[in-house]
Design a binder for this molecule. Structure first.
Ligand SMILES: *Cc1c(COP(=O)(O)O)cnc(C)c1O
Ligand code: SF4
Length: 335
C-alpha cells in the first residue's frame, strides 16, 4: 500500500470527538453534552494545526466558535432552511451548477478538511451530488458544448481535499476545452491545513493553457499563520492569483478592528480581499447571523479605515439573480 502523504495523515488525525477537543483546550466539561448532540447532526471535524491556533480556556475563541458544535444549532429558526440557495434549480447535471453567465461551478468533492458550523453544506447532501465517472464525462461534455463558458470553478465540499491525481486528471481534461481560459478553485484547506500546498499539488492545479485563481476562505486574522504565508509564496511564484472570501459571522469577525486586521494580514500574505459574504440562511446557523443594517455599517466603517483595494465587496447570494448581490451602500454619488 502507498504510504500516506503528510497532509493526508493530518487529515486522518483531525479531531472528531467533542470530548477530545474540550479536553485539549481546557474548556468547561458542561459543553460536552450539547456538543455531542449537535455533532450527531453535523459532525465535528477540525485539524490539529487549526486547534493549535486557538486560545486555551476561552469558549469564545473566534476559531473555536467556527468548529465547536453547540446547543443553538439544535433550535429551528424561521427563515433558516436546508437549501437556502435553492441550488437544485441551477443543477443541470449532477456535480454541475450553472447559475451565472460565463462560468460554471463544479461540486468537485463532498468532503472538507474541517466542518464549519455556519456552512450551507451542513444540511445539503453534497456527497449525493457526486456523479461518478460517467457523470464527470457528461459534465465535461456540457462545458465543451457551451462556448459562452470561459471559467470553470472547482468548489465543493472542498476541492483541495481531493488527491493530487484526481485533480490533475480532471484539470487536464478541462484544459483541452479551447474556450476555457480560467480555472478557479475555492478552498478553505490552505487555511486549516497549509501542509496541503505541496509541489505536487501546485503542479496539479497549474496548467500552461489556464490562468489559475485560488479563492481562500478565511474569516479571521488569527487564521493567517506563518506556514500559510510560506504556502502562498510558493503558489504566487507559479503565477496563481490569490483572493479571499470571508463570511461575516456574529461572535467571530463582526468587529471593524477584526476585519481591518484580516484584510491587512491577507494582503501581507499576498492575498487580495474579494468578497465579504453575508451568511447563507441555513438551518442550524442562525446564531451566526447579523442584521443587514449591522453588516452595512461594518462595511462602511471598513471602507473608511482602509485603502480601497483592501476592502472586500459586501455581497449576498440570492436565488434567481444574475450575479451575487452587491449590498447597496447607503451612499450614492450625488453629483
Ligand atoms: C458564487 C458563485 C459563482 C461565482 O461567482 P463570482 O461572483 O464570479 O465569484 C459561480 N457559480 C455559482 C453557482 C456561485 O454560487
Ligand atoms: S464547504 Fe467550506 S465552509 Fe463548508 S464545511 Fe467545507 S470548508 Fe467549511
Amino acid at each position: 500500500m502507498k504510504s500516506l502523504k503528510n497532509w493526508q495523515q493530518s487529515l486522518m488525525d483531525a479531531v472528531t470527538d467533542p470530548h477530545e477537543l474540550i479536553e485539549m483546550l481546557d474548556l468547561d466539561k458542561n459543553l460536552l453534552d450539547d456538543a455531542e448532540k449537535a455533532s450527531n447532526l453535523f459532525k465535528l471535524k477540525v485539524p490539529r494545526n487549526y486547534i493549535a491556533r486557538m486560545e486555551k480556556g476561552n469558549p469564545n475563541d473566534p476559531l473555536l466558535k467556527q468548529v465547536l458544535p453547540i446547543d443553538a444549532e439544535l433550535i429551528a429558526t424561521e427563515g433558516f432552511v436546508a437549501d437556502p440557495l435553492q441550488e437544485k434549480k441551477f443543477n443541470p447535471l449532477p456535480g454541475l451548477l450553472h447559475k451565472y453567465q460565463s462560468r460554471v461551478l463544479i461540486t468537485f468533492t463532498g468532503h472538507c478538511a474541517i466542518n464549519c458550523r455556519y456552512c450551507f453544506r451542513r444540511a445539503f447532501p453534497y456527497e449525493e451530488n457526486n456523479p461518478g465517472n460517467p457523470g464527470w464525462e457528461a459534465v465535461l461534455n456540457y462545458i465543451q458544448n457551451d462556448p459562452s463558458i470561459a471559467e470553470v470553478i472547482l468548489s465543493g465540499g472542498d476541492p483541495l481535499a481531493a488527491n493530487d491525481q484526481t485533480l490533475k486528471n480532471f484539470i487536464e481534461k478541462i484544459a483541452k476545452i479551447d474556450h476555457i481560459t480560467r480555472l478557479r478553485i475555492h478552498s478553505r484547506v490552505p487555511v486549516v491545513l497549509p501542509e496541503r500546498i505541496t509541489p505536487e499539488l501546485i503542479d496539479a492545479i497549474t496548467h500552461p493553457r489556464l490562468k489559475t485563481i485560488l479563492v481562500l476562505h478565511s474569516n479571521h486574522p488569527r487564521e493567517i499563520s506563518s506556514d500559510i504565508k510560506a504556502a502562498m509564496t510558493s503558489l504566487k511564484s507559479r503565477g496563481v492569483v490569490l483572493l479571499n472570501q470571508t463570511v461575516l459571522l456574529k461572535g467571530v469577525n463582526d468587529h471593524v478592528d477584526t476585519l481591518v486586521a484580516l484584510s491587512e494580514a491577507l494582503f501581507d500574505a499576498g492575498i487580495q480581499p474579494y468578497y465579504l459574504h453575508l451568511l447563507d440562511k441555513v438551518q442550524g446557523a442562525a446564531h451566526f447571523d447579523l442584521p443587514k443594517t449591522r453588516a452595512t455599517t461594518l462595511h462602511q466603517e471598513l471602507s473608511t479605515r482602509l485603502s480601497g483595494y483592501l476592502v472586500p465587496k459586501l455581497v449576498c447570494e440570492e436565488p434567481g439573480k444574475l450575479a451575487k448581490t452587491i449590498i447597496n451602500p447607503e451612499f450614492f454619488c450625488t453629483n
